[in-house]
Design a protein around this ligand. Structure first.
Ligand code: MG
Length: 372
């Protein structure tokens, strides 16, 4: 039987690659809905090719060839077996919760869902008997390694180190947008690429891992691994380490997440060869240069609304950096300042989370005006 799937964010980097996987495995999937934001030309092209029943775009009049439906309607449609949440930003949170409440499994590529509301979302998955299969390569790797989480002592998350790994703090201070976007290993959207340059992306992944696998922050380790071949690892209580390896391609984790628990050949481009790769390097992250990582651990261990604050300040600052309004280091300075001045709420409700998110964004934008 075909697996019925909807993709939120089909015109983004993950969404497009997911459709490449589905095209290759076309006898395995039926697409219920595709959603895009403002790139309606691509969305309509995808609609013509993949023939979903429903589609969503910011401008409903621009959708051609499928019935228009809101994100909420798409996520409450029980025809779906699984929904791939590949939108970026806080917009992913509410639809994900709707899908969970309707008992629909989630392939999760949206970071904000767990960073902003992991304490609300994870208990809900238990309540509604829903699986969240992570798409992010690191969490996907850990998901593949874990048999019994109660026997796991430590999660080891790898980080490529981004374009500034072996650059000085000075180089990083003067970095242009182009330099920050020149990621050596992965081709991704702009927001996540800048996050990879500051290592905030890794920080957000640590917070996600904490929620996904219920692991304390003192048992989540980050190691820099420039080749991006070991996608992450776990250490069992007996000292055995299990890692997941593969060539750096997002097709693999995307396919894993949407076909789980089955596996198919799919888009595999070539067979893995240890001798071709020849060497794998690992090093401790530079905590001073990549202060974002420290801030993320701090927000995570503080808990409550601290991670909402971290995420909102960072996202606003990344947008400002991409628009040339602030410097790369100002991103982290903004996050630090916002966290210092934030009064943490212990168990924020969803409404409070969105209020805090908005408040931090406004305050961050005010701060940028002083920086210009
Ligand atoms: Mg990742």
């Amino acid at each position: 039987m075909k697996r019925k799937i909807s993709i939120l964010g089909s015109t983004g980097s993950i969404g497009r690659q997911a459709l490449e996987v589905i095209e290759k495995l076309n006898d395995k999937f039926e697409i219920i809905a595709l959603t895009g934001g403002s790139n309606t030309e691509l969305l309509n092209e995808q609609i013509r090719k993949f023939k979903p029943k429903y589609a969503y775009a910011n401008d409903y009049k621009s959708v051609e060839g499928a019935k228009y439906a809101s994100l909420e309607e798409i996520c409450s449609n029980k025809e779906n077996d699984i929904i791939l949440v590949a939108v970026s930003g806080r917009i992913g949170l509410k639809p994900t919760i709707t899908a969970i409440k309707n008992g629909i499994d989630i392939a999760l590529a949206n970071k904000e869902t767990l960073v902003m509301a992991g304490d609300i979302v994870m208990p809900m998955t238990k309540e509604y008997g829903v699986k969240i299969i992570p798409v992010d390569s690191e969490h996907c790797a850990i998901h593949q390694c874990i048999k019994d989480i109660s026997q796991v002592d430590k999660l080891i998350i790898t980080a490529s180190g981004g374009p500034f790994l072996h650059k000085t703090v000075e180089d990083m201070k003067n970095a242009t947008v182009e330099q920050a976007l020149a990621h050596p290993r992965w081709h991704m959207g702009k927001k996540i690429t800048v996050d990879s340059a500051t290592l905030m992306n890794k920080g957000l992944e640590v917070i996600e891992a904490h929620h996904l696998f219920g692991m304390g922050y003192d048992r989540i380790e980050v190691v820099v691994h420039p080749q991006s071949v070991v996608h992450s690892a776990i250490e069992y209580v007996d000292g055995s380490v299990i890692a997941q390896l593969g060539l750096p391609s997002m097709h693999i984790p995307i396919q894993y997440a949407i076909t789980y628990p089955e596996r198919f050949e799919g888009i595999k481009s070539k067979s893995f060869s240890f001798s071709e790769i020849a060497r794998l390097d690992f090093e401790e992250p530079d905590w001073e240069k990549f202060k974002a990582l420290k801030l993320a651990y701090k927000a995570g261990t503080t808990g409550g609304s601290a991670t909402v604050c971290l995420n909102a300040a960072n996202e606003e600052a990344v947008f400002a950096f991409l628009q040339g309004k602030i410097k790369l280091f100002d991103i982290i300075n903004t996050v630090e300042k916002m966290m210092e001045n934030h009064t943490v709420i212990k168990n924020p409700s969803l409404d409070e989370i969105f209020e805090i998110d908005e408040e931090i964004r406004t305050k961050s934008r005010e701060l940028f005006l002083q920086l210009i």
